[in-house]
Design a protein around this ligand. Structure first.
Ligand code: ZN
Length: 96
C-alpha cells in the first residue's frame, strides 16, 4: 500500500482513529480488511476491547495473499513462494 493512503486514510499512529485492519506484513503495511480470516480475528479482538485501533476507514484493499509452509507454518514472503522454506526446507505451501 502507498504511504499516502496509510497516513491519510488508515491514519497510522492516530490511536482510536487508526484503521483496525492495518497490518504490518513482510512487505510493509498491508490492509487485512478483505482477507476473511484476518478480518474475523481483528473484529473479535476489537469487540473484546483489547485493540487500540478502532477505525474502519475505507472499503479495503484486495485480499492479502498469505503464503505459509504446509509443514512448519512459516510465513513466507511472496518472492519465497517457490523457494525452499527457510524454516524446514519444505516446498509444500498452503494458502489461506
Ligand atoms: Zn517450513
Amino acid at each position: 500500500m502507498d504511504d499516502q493512503k496509510i497516513k491519510e486514510v488508515c491514519k497510522l499512529g492516530q490511536k482510536e482513529a487508526t484503521c483496525r485492519y492495518l497490518m504490518a506484513g513482510p512487505a510493509g503495511f498491508e490492509c487485512a480488511k478483505n482477507t476473511k480470516i484476518a478480518r474475523a480475528l481483528i473484529d473479535a479482538r476489537v469487540e473484546a476491547g483489547d485493540f487500540v485501533a478502532q477505525g474502519d476507514n475505507c472499503d479495503g484493499e484486495p485480499p492479502l495473499k498469505i503464503i505459509k509452509c504446509a509443514r512448519c507454518n512459516w510465513t513466507l514472503r511472496p518472492e519465497q513462494e517457490n523457494e525452499p522454506c527457510p524454516g524446514c526446507s519444505a516446498l509444500e505451501r498452503k494458502n489461506w
